[in-house]
Design a protein around this ligand. Sequence first.
Ligand SMILES: [Zn+2]
Length: 168
Amino acid sequence: MKEIKLTIFYKELNSENELPASFQQLLKSAKEAINDSYAPYSNFNVGAAALLENGIIVKGSNQENASSPAGICAEGVTLSAVSAFHPNIPIVALAVSAKAKNSELSNPVAPCGLCRQAILEYDYRFQRNIQLILQGSSGKIIWIDDAKKLLPLYFGKDDIKASGSTNF
Ligand SMILES: [Zn+2]
């Protein structure tokens, strides 16, 4: 038996000015997308924006439902919009921002576990790392050069193949 230590590195920025211009625009788009959020139950409005390989930015926001599980995260809406309107174009980076109705969010918001899994399916599908830019409504920014860093040992297509299933 051996013990494995996992370490990740990411960048923490004090200002969006430290980002490349294309990522500054991407983060701005994620913040704009917050305005389209429908979150009457949590009052936690999230916006996301994906930068595609062809330079197009696709925005999405969280869409809640009276039946909570039917709600969709901003990242999920964005990924679905990419697939619906720009199929087969790889995602280069995804920015996420949020604001709460009654308080300033000074800490970055990160994708939930389900969304991390969904993001990595796009990584696998196009064999391309997806960068993440995360910020609250203000404050420091987290820049991760590979979304896989947020979900070590994630379950992927290769795991299904290893099971011997013939359905995939
Ligand atoms: Zn999520």
